[in-house]
Design a protein around this ligand. Structure first.
Ligand SMILES: N[C@@H](CCC(=O)N[C@@H](CS)C(=O)NCC(=O)O)C(=O)O
Length: 80
C-alpha cells in the first residue's frame, strides 16, 4: 500500500499543506489505497512534504508523485 507522508490537520483543515492535499486528492481520484502519515520535511529526500513510499520506491515532490502515479498505475488525471 502507498504511504503518503504529510503534515497534520490544522486551522480547521484536514491537511495543512496544499501540496499534500493535492497528492491526497490525486490518490483518491486514482482509486488507490493509501495510508497517510505525519512526517517532518527533513525526512523527505527533497526536504519538503509530500513524499510517498510505494513499495520499495520513495518519491518526493507532488509533481513527481503525480508522474509516478500516472506511469505506474496508468492514471490520466487530465482525462474527461
Ligand atoms: N514543489 C513541492 C513543494 C512542496 C512544499 O513547498 N512543501 C512545503 C509544505 S506546504 C514544505 O515542505 N516546506 C518545508 C520547507 O520548505 O522547509 C511539491 O510540489 O511537492
Amino acid at each position: 500500500m502507498i504511504v503518503l507522508y504529510g503534515a497534520q490537520a490544522a486551522f480547521g483543515l484536514p491537511q495543512v499543506s496544499p501540496y499534500v492535499s493535492k497528492t491526497e486528492i490525486q490518490l483518491k481520484m486514482a482509486g488507490l489505497a493509501y495510508e497517510a502519515r505525519d512526517a517532518m520535511p527533513e525526512e523527505s529526500p527533497k526536504g519538503q512534504i509530500p513524499f510517498i513510499d510505494d513499495g520499495e520506491v520513495r518519491v518526493a515532490d507532488s509533481t513527481f508523485i503525480r508522474m509516478h502515479l500516472e506511469r505506474t498505475y496508468g492514471v490520466d488525471f487530465d482525462e474527461g
